[in-house]
Design a protein around this ligand. Structure first.
Ligand SMILES: Nc1nc2c(c(=O)[nH]1)N[C@H]1C(S)=C(S)[C@@H](COP(=O)(O)OP(=O)(O)OC[C@H]3O[C@@H](n4cnc5c(=O)[nH]c(N)nc54)[C@H](O)[C@@H]3O)O[C@H]1N2
Ligand SMILES: Nc1nc2c(c(=O)[nH]1)N[C@H]1C(S)=C(S)[C@@H](COP(=O)(O)OP(=O)(O)OC[C@H]3O[C@@H](n4cnc5c(=O)[nH]c(N)nc54)[C@H](O)[C@@H]3O)O[C@H]1N2
Ligand code: SF4
Ligand SMILES: [Mo]
Length: 754
């Protein structure tokens, strides 16, 4: 039996209003459809959406492109001995996966199965709400995800400082007078951890109202092009720059803790830590003039509404945790944290960030990888250690023998993809929950496809947590789902049930009970409400939408199951066409702090223990002749998975190696010529694009390309935008130590003409 509950639908005519599920911005779309032909006729930005006001980018067309893609999988397929694939029924496929994984765990321990959860799960409420429970089914410490290629350093830092790693702090871009952007390029990414449709307009507006925009980036990015000032910084040196900013702030008496003085500890320790990092000391390591660092520190400290923001470039680098932490330290020291126009906390309607919803603190190192003895940090292992954990030569008897990937393409997205692809041959069994036969899933024994966005209802669960303005929105499915295709959550729930030897109803009830316990816990907003009352209100149809209803009703804007209250519920959200405006961001601390003692430790020992590494690297970092690689994003890519959509793949090859004219001349490489790029972990040959937008000594290559592996079924990607795999150059060995995050920015490389 399979779960059959469908997403509620409110789309009856030929126009469907919904948010775009491709990136964090969650723009409002108007989708014109022919329901009978089940085709999407036109996609437009919705002018009535108060967040995006008609804006959309080309990736919105992926909703149609992926839905119609002839290469997309519609049935489970298994690999035969000769390497070809055959379709099989859902029951057989789910039983096969569950039997194989359970057998591996019974014979070799729970850690013999590993899971890798990828980015697109963040854009599907069903996948999100069932992934946690799915993960718990396996009770395996071998838990990997895109987080350790992404925001994990920020999470590790926030967990220690405020007690919740997923309560992200976001630039209040609409009200700031000084926006300093480090290691993010919102004009390409549309703003990550600053969900803002039409980021360009929002950033331009800062200067237009008399404010200032400063971009600090080794590349003069598209965002830098519209900024008032751009400064080059050597990749991976942000922690030095930020420490020097703090040093100036202490030295010049610019510390202004304000209301934070009452609940913040560790200021004097921070002062001591940063004292050696004067602007002069860090100038060579950062490539920034001491005078510029001083000016920026003063401007920031003395502008009341100033937001200092960092993203991928400050996370996936050698000192990702220290840089992520120092961004918040500078803000707290100068009164720019949790204040209007500064860095602020959204308040999502689902209540995820409400006090009383503490997750038990997880000590670091409850488990260690076998090959390198790297600790499990806050539930994650470094993504690039999957290969070595599978290899018998590295992990012996304790190796990983089973692997589950869920909406992930680590052969292209994680370090040293070739090593991972080769290692999968040593697995006893691999199953991928995915819509394509691609570079990663082609290594699996079984692929379980899911529905795609056009066929599922959605709620922007994660992105209401990262939005620069509070909102809530239900998005209906565009079409009735295709018969015989399960959704993400159904696949995960079915697998969990079969592995546990339970019914899906039993597993679902466990997930629900855990949430009911949380929302009714002492201090939570529904403290004291009975389980019976809640179940009677949310109904008995299993699936993500009653869980969502529970979250909305128990959240800060909810009715708290009190019939006399006018609060939010899923039913109310479904009556509204478009997003519900829940107001601008408001200060939330200290009430929202989730640390055990209710205080904010500015100098948490887990983080400051990494400072000696910063000292130790200063000399090497100050060398003038280092050549390093960084990444970049482009408007028509979404990591690795949209290159098979014809309208997004057309045009010239986009996977070019950007380099400065100074380096091109020295290396004898011409614009349009071929460059061989080599790192410890691999080599690629890419087309050079010579441009003064690059800092000398730094080259940039986008990730998510390399669609040339045999075995994939991505006709458009392989012919129109094959590119090369930047992550063949990303070395799986060095890490940002406290978070176990990989270094995708600042990889030492050698380059020559090819
Ligand atoms: N060098 C370098 N590497 C990077 C980065 C970088 O900046 N530089 N960025 C990193 C970051 S931030 C991230 S988030 C990761 C992303 O890396 P991953 O999490 O691996 O994500 P993708 O590469 O986008 O692969 C997504 C997979 O999901 C599948 N998919 C898409 N939609 C659905 C769906 O609806 N259902 C199912 N079941 N499957 C679906 C696609 O077919 C594809 O296989 O990459 C990281 N890698
Ligand atoms: N179009 C598009 N949008 C996307 C994605 C996509 O693939 N395509 N991916 C989505 C995902 S998963 C994520 S996580 C977000 C990421 O969102 P962003 O963080 O905005 O991503 P990028 O555009 O890669 O911007 C990173 C910037 O950091 C700079 N940089 C590199 N190294 C350093 C360094 O050491 N220090 C500093 N200061 N800067 C550095 C790079 O030059 C680049 O300009 O984007 C999301 N949005
Ligand atoms: S910016 Fe993001 S959310 Fe908006 S249309 Fe483009 S992909 Fe969709
Ligand atoms: Mo990401």
């Amino acid at each position: 039996m399979t779960a059959s509950s469908e997403a509620p639908s409110k789309a009856e005519n030929d126009l469907v209003l919904r948010s775009c599920p491709i990136c964090e911005a969650s723009c409002g779309l108007r989708i014109y459809v022919d329901k009978e032909a089940k085709s999407i006729e036109r996609i437009e930005g919705d002018p009535d959406d108060f967040r995006s006001r008609g804006y959309l980018c080309p990736k919105a067309y992926a909703i149609k492109g992926v839905y119609e893609d002839p290469d997309r999988l519609h049935r489970p397929i298994r690999k035969l001995d000769d390497g070809t694939w055959e379709e099989l029924g859902w029951d057989e496929a789910l039983d096969l996966a569950a039997d194989k994984l359970r057998a591996i765990q019974e014979a070799h321990g729970t850690h013999a199965v590993g899971l890798f959860v990828g980015e697109p799960t963040g854009h599907d409420v069903g996948a999100l709400l069932y992934t946690t429970h799915f993960i718990m089914t396996f009770q395996t410490p071998r838990m990997f995800s895109s987080a350790t290629m992404d925001q994990f350093p920020k999470q590790v830092s926030l967990t220690r400082m405020i007690g919740d790693g997923e309560m992200y702090v976001i630039p209040d871009i609409h009200r700031t007078d000084l926006f300093i952007c480090m290691g993010g390029n919102p004009l390409a990414s549309q703003g990550s951890l600053m969900g803002t449709p039409n980021a360009k307009k929002a950033i331009r507006a800062v200067s237009e109202r008399g404010g200032r925009v400063v971009v600090i980036d080794p590349r003069k990015s598209e965002t830098a092009d519209i900024a008032n000032d751009h400064y080059f910084i050597k990749p991976g040196s942000d922690a030095y720059f930020l420490a020097a900013m703090c040093q100036v702030i202490f030295e010049e008496d610019l510390v202004a803790l304000g209301r934070f003085a009452e609940f913040t500890d560790g200021v004097s320790e921070v002062k001591e830590f940063v004292a050696p990092f004067t602007p002069e000391v860090v100038a060579a390591a950062t490539g920034m003039d001491a005078d510029v660092i001083r000016e920026l520190a003063r401007a920031y400290a003395t502008t009341p509404r100033a937001a200092l923001y960092g993203r991928i470039g400050t996370c996936t680098q050698e000192f990702g945790t220290l840089a992520s932490w120092l961004l918040d330290v500078v803000a707290i020291l100068t009164g720019h944290f949790d204040e209007v126009g500064c860095m602020m906390f959204p308040r999502p309607a689902t209540g995820d960030t409400e006090p009383g919803r503490q997750n038990p603190e997880m000590p670091v190192g409850l488990w260690k990888t076998i090959a390198r003895q790297l600790p499990l940090v806050d539930g994650q292992l470094p993504a690039g250690t999957m290969a070595e954990e599978i290899e018998e030569a590295q992990a012996g008897d304790q190796r990983m023998r089973g692997l589950v990937t869920v909406a992930a393409n680590p052969v292209l997205s994680a370090p040293n993809g070739n090593r991972l692809a080769a290692a999968t041959n040593e697995l006893d069994f691999m199953v991928s929950v995915d819509i394509y036969l691609n570079e990663t899933t082609s290594n699996a024994d079984l692929i379980l496809p899911t529905r795609v966005h056009a066929e599922r209802g959605n709620y922007d669960l994660v992105y209401t947590r990262t939005s620069s303005h509070n909102f809530a929105r239900y998005s209906p499915p565009i079409f009735e789902p295709e018969a015989g295709l399960l959704d993400h959550w159904q696949v995960l729930l079915e697998l969990a049930a079969r592995i546990n030897g339970k019914t899906i109803e039993e597993v679902d009830a466990e997930a629900l009970d855990a949430l009911i316990d949380k929302v009714t816990a002492p201090g939570a907003l529904c403290e004291g409400v009975s389980r019976e009352t809640i179940l009677a209100a949310i109904g008995d149809e299993i699936g993500p939408f009653r869980i969502l209803d529970l979250q909305l009703r128990s959240g800060p804007y909810g009715d708290h199951f009190d019939p006399s209250k006018e609060g939010l519920s899923l039913a109310k959200l479904m009556e509204v066409e478009g997003p519900v405006d829940l107001g601008p961001l408001k200060p939330r601390l200290p009430e929202a702090l989730k640390t055990t003692n209710g205080r904010l430790p500015l100098a948490h020992p887990y983080i400051t223990a990494d400072i000696p590494r910063l000292h130790a690297a200063l000399k090497e970092r100050s060398r003038a002749d280092r050549m390093v690689l960084i990444g970049r994003r482009q408007v028509r890519n979404m990591n690795s998975w949209l290159h098979n959509v014809p309208v997004l793949a057309k045009g010239k090859s986009r996977c070019t190696l950007l380099m400065s004219p100074v380096d091109a001349l020295r290396l004898g490489i011409e614009n349009g010529g071929k460059a061989r790029v080599r790192s410890r972990s691999g080599e690629v040959i890419a087309e050079a694009q010579v441009s003064s937008e690059m800092m000398p000594g730094v080259v940039s290559l986008p990730h998510g390309f390399g669609h040339t592996r045999l075995g994939s079924q991505l006709g458009v990607a392989a012919t129109k935008q094959p590119g090369v795999n930047a992550n063949q150059l990303t070395d799986e060995m060095p890490l940002d130590v406290p978070s176990g995050t990989h270094i995708a920015n600042g990889i030492p490389v050698e380059i020559e003409a090819a």
